[in-house]
Design a protein around this ligand. Structure first.
Ligand code: OVV
Length: 401
C-alpha cells in the first residue's frame, strides 16, 4: 500500500464513554476525543474512536473498509454470537442490498403523505389531553405514547405484545455498547421480549391492511426469504420507537429551555422543520456505535488493523466546530443543520427517517398551535443509556395559547 500521509500512533485518551458521568454529560470527553486528533485510542475500553465530522462521514460512507457485518457493538458478532440473529443493520452488500431494496419498496414518499393525514388527529387529541392536565412529564405522557401508537398502527402490528416494544428497543440499543450493568439490566427479559416481538412480525399476525405485510409481498416475489421478511419487520420495530421517543423528548427539552425559540417558532411555524433538524444535530438521540475494519487501512494518518473496532461518536461529529463553526455547541434556529449525521449517512442511513420526521413534525405543529409556552417545573432527568442520548423525565408546565 502506498500512502502519502505520515502514519503516526493514535493519541491515547483516558475516560470511559460508558460511565454514568460521561453518559449524562458526554461533551467534555467528546472534546478531548476531537482534540486528540482524527483517530484516537480510548485506553479505558480498548477501542479506536472517531469524533470529527470528516472522519465519521468517511467511515459511514466507506462500507467496504468499515464493515457493519461485525455488528455495531464492541464485539465482533461473527466471532462471538450476538443475543439475536443479525439485522439488516448488521449486514454488508450484497445481503444488505437485497434487504434494503425490500424495505425501500415499502417505505416511500407516499407513505409519509398518507401517514401525515392519518396522525394529525391523534396528535391533536393527545396534545389537547396533556394541555388539560397542565403539568406533565413529557417522556411518559407525550414522547412515548405517540410513536407507540403510530408505529404499530402503521405497520399493522397486533395489540398483544405491543407492551414489549419499548423494553425490547431498550435492549437493542443498549447492546450497541459493552456488557455493562446498563445492558445487563435492560436485557433481563430478553428471551421473553424477543419472542413477543418476533411473533408480532409473522405474516399471519400482521393486519393485511397495514404496511408490514407489504414486506412479506417481497417474499412472494422471490426477492427475500421468509426469515429475512421477519427480520426486516423486527428491524422496524427495533429501531422505530425508542429513537423517536428520545428525538421528541430532546426537541421539547431544548425548546422548553429556550422560551425565545418557542415564541419564534409560534410566530414563524415554517421554521419547525429547521428546528427539528437542528435539535437532531444538537442533541442527537443515536450518539455512538461501532464499525469493524475489514482490511488494514489508514485513516487520518492512523493505521487501523483489520478486525479492529472503531467507535463512532455521531453526536460529536454533529458538534464539530470544523464543520459547524465556533458556535457548534449552540442551538440556533437560523443554522443550516443539513448534513448532520443524526440519521447516519451512506448505505445504512435511517430508512425510517421519513416516518420519524412526519411523527415529530405533526406533534410539534400541534403543540405550536396550542401551547403558548413550556415551562420546566423541575430539573430534567437524563437517561442512562449505552448508545442513545435523551431524558428519562422532562417535567414541565404547558401554558395554553
Ligand atoms: C438503526 C437501528 C437501531 C436498532 C435496531 C435496528 C436498527 C435493526 O435493524 O434492528
Amino acid at each position: 500500500m502506498t500512502t502519502p500521509v505520515e502514519v503516526v500512533a493514535p493519541a491515547s485518551v483516558k475516560g470511559d464513554p460508558y460511565s454514568v458521568e460521561n453518559i449524562t454529560n458526554p461533551y467534555p470527553l467528546i472534546q478531548r476525543i476531537r482534540e486528540a486528533g482524527p483517530v484516537c485510542w480510548l485506553e479505558d475500553i480498548g477501542v479506536f474512536a472517531v469524533g470529527g465530522y470528516e472522519e465519521v462521514w468517511e467511515i459511514l460512507t466507506d462500507f467496504e473498509t468499515f464493515s457493519s457485518a461485525g455488528g455495531l457493538g464492541p464485539k465482533d458478532i461473527r466471532k462471538q454470537a450476538a443475543w439475536r440473529p443479525p439485522s439488516i443493520l448488521e449486514s454488508d452488500p450484497p445481503t444488505h442490498t437485497v434487504m434494503r431494496r425490500a424495505l425501500a419498496g415499502v417505505i416511500n414518499p407516499n407513505v409519509s403523505r398518507q401517514l401525515r393525514a392519518r396522525i394529525t388527529e391523534p396528535a391533536d387529541s393527545l396534545v389537547d389531553r396533556v394541555l388539560a392536565q397542565g403539568e406533565i412529564e413529557v417522556i411518559s405522557e407525550l414522547a412515548e405514547p405517540f410513536p407507540l401508537k403510530v408505529i404499530p398502527d402503521l405497520l399493522g402490528v397486533r395489540h398483544e405484545g405491543r407492551e414489549a416494544l419499548l423494553p425490547y428497543g431498550n435492549i437493542v440499543f443498549n447492546a450497541f455498547g459493552p456488557e455493562n450493568a446498563i445492558l445487563t439490566r435492560a436485557a433481563a427479559r430478553a428471551d421473553e421480549l424477543s419472542r413477543l416481538i418476533l411473533e408480532s412480525c409473522t405474516y399471519e399476525s400482521l393486519d393485511p391492511d397495514g404496511l408490514g405485510v407489504r414486506i412479506w409481498d417481497r417474499v412472494h416475489e422471490g426477492l427475500i426469504t421468509d426469515e429475512q421478511a421477519q427480520l426486516l419487520m423486527r428491524a422496524l420495530l427495533s429501531a422505530g420507537v425508542d429513537s423517536t421517543v428520545l428525538a421528541i423528548g430532546n426537541l421539547l427539552a431544548v425548546l422548553a429551555e429556550r422560551p425565545e425559540a418557542w415564541a419564534r417558532l409560534r410566530r414563524e411555524p415554517h421554521l419547525a422543520k429547521f428546528a427539528i433538524d437542528e435539535s437532531l444535530r444538537f442533541e442527537s438521540p443515536f450518539q455512538k456505535f461501532h464499525r469493524t475494519v475489514s482490511a488494514d487501512t489508514v485513516l487520518g494518518g492512523v493505521r487501523l488493523p483489520k478486525d479492529a473496532k472503531v467507535l463512532l461518536f455521531l453526536g460529536a461529529a454533529n458538534r464539530d466546530p470544523r464543520k459547524w463553526g465556533d458556535d457548534a455547541d449552540t442551538f440556533d434556529l437560523d443554522r443550516n443543520a443539513s448534513g448532520h449525521v443524526g440519521f447516519g449517512m451512506g448505505l445504512h442511513q435511517c430508512i425510517g427517517q421519513p416516518i420519524a420526521r412526519v411523527e415529530i413534525e405533526t406533534l410539534l405543529q400541534s403543540l405550536l398551535e396550542r401551547v403558548e409556552s413550556i415551562e420546566p417545573t423541575a430539573e430534567f432527568e437524563p437517561l442512562v443509556h449505552n448508545s442513545l442520548r435523551g431524558y428519562a423525565r422532562i417535567p414541565v408546565r404547558l401554558i395554553p395559547a
